[in-house]
Write a protein that binds this ligand. Structure first.
Ligand SMILES: *Cc1c(COP(=O)(O)O)cnc(C)c1O
Length: 395
């Protein structure tokens, strides 16, 4: 059996999106900046997409900027707010310890330039609190950035509350909604955000395309110079086929959102229930306030990397933490933030489901994962130490 359970890393492109990609490539091949009719038809198609994305997010078309994806959108939002803040002498940025590296590494860079960066802690359930945010947000704060849903442990953050608090104080607020868009309702008005990042390949669109919502009036500076595309804020000939395919994927994802969420969260809970029966393991992140497709566990006494390789042999594609973390020996910053010690954090497994996930796949994973965990424990010196009392169990 082949089971793709790594949809938080990337999704398979939806057939309808792929079809649109090809059709738009053939039909609207002109450059939207060209004055001739082929260019103008492409321009119209581009603006149709912008309006469609805006309708879904609850904003105006002119507040949507097409980018190369989530990372670029996060970078641009953060840099824009930071530069504007610095011009007013405000150099404090408040974010969380569990953000994606696209946010954290941008903040690191700004910190080197003299910004003060405060990362809010999260509770054991992987959720940041409004009270913690209130303690840090002050008159020197030029940006607050809190992700909507975490990519590793799937926890959904109180973005509406934090956004509302920032709005009342007039503090710019950004949310990385890359894991959320297409998987739960997302409306920029409800979230009270000034910036929002999304990425097509996380909801069945193509790679290398995304969008940044920037509220009218929110400062926006360029990362890429060179042309007047995207109202002068993002140079480069627009990737129209990808933008149209993203729009199609987004429309399709939100069309059946309630049914999708209901069906997939039932599969998620079944898998969580089954894997919880394994001894000395723990679910990462809140069991209720989590993405409908996210299952994340730590298993004591094993290495996540070995687990992934053996699961791959059984046809199961999973992840330990995030795609960006895997390959490095440092344990995930997200798992450390929820209080997992290094050894435990190393034994992590993330299974991220999709619309295509079946009951049979859940049953297959529920059967195979415990076997692989047992096997790895049987050959693990750490597990022997735990069994023989030379170390004590944490989970
Ligand atoms: C995937 C992801 C990103 C990066 O998006 P890309 O389009 O791959 O650059 C940013 N934030 C989160 C939460 C993500 O899951």
């Amino acid at each position: 059996m082949f089971v793709y359970a790594d949809n938080a890393a990337t999704t398979k492109i939806r057939p309808a999106a792929l079809k649109v990609y090809q059709e738009v490539s053939e039909k609207f091949f002109g450059n939207p900046s060209s004055l001739h009719s082929a260019g103008q038809r492409a321009k119209e198609e581009l603006e149709r997409c912008r309006q469609a994305v805006a309708n879904i997010l609850g904003c105006e078309a002119k507040e949507i900027y097409f980018t190369s994806g989530g990372s670029e959108s996060d970078n641009q939002a953060i840099e824009s707010a930071a530069r504007a803040g610095a011009r007013k002498g405000k150099r404090k940025i408040v974010s969380t310890a569990i953000e994606h590296h696209a946010v954290l590494h941008t903040l690191k860079k700004l910190e080197k330039e003299g910004f003060e960066v405060v990362l809010l802690p999260v509770g054991k359930n992987g959720i940041v609190s409004l009270d913690e945010a209130k303690k840090e947000i002050d008159e020197n704060t030029c940006l607050v950035s809190v992700m909507l849903a975490n990519n590793e442990i799937g926890t959904i953050q109180p973005v509406e509350e934090i956004g509302g608090y920032c709005r009342a104080l007039g503090v710019p607020f950004h949310t990385d909604a890359v894991q959320a868009v297409g998987h739960m309702p997302v409306n920029v008005k409800d979230l009270h955000c000034d910036y929002l990042a999304l990425s097509a390949h996380k909801f069945g669109g193509p790679r290398g395309v995304g969008a940044l919502y920037a509220r009218t009036g929110a400062p926006l500076s360029n990362l890429i110079e060179g042309g007047a595309q995207e109202r002068g804020k993002r140079a480069g000939t627009e990737n129209l086929p990808a933008i149209a395919a993203m729009t199609e994927a987004l429309q399709e994802s939100v069309k059946n959102l309630p049914e999708y969420m209901k069906r997939v969260s039932a599969l998620r809970d079944k898998l969580i229930g089954n894997l919880s029966k394994i001894e000395h393991c723990a679910l990462n992140g809140d069991s209720v306030r989590r993405l409908c497709g996210n299952v994340s566990f730590c298993f004591e006494g094993i290495e996540g990397e070995s687990l992934l390789l053996l699961l791959d042999d059984k046809g199961i594609c999973a992840s330990s933490g995030s795609a960006c973390t895997s390959g490095s020996l440092d344990p995930s910053h997200v798992l450390l933030a929820i209080g997992r010690v290094h050894d435990v954090a190393h034994g992590s497994l993330r299974l991220s489901l999709s619309e295509d996930t079946t009951e049979e796949e859940i049953d297959y994973m529920s059967e195979e994962i415990p076997k692989v965990v047992s096997y790895l424990r049987s050959i693990s010196p750490v597990w022997r130490d735990l069994q023989e009392g030379r170390r004590s169990f944490i989970l």
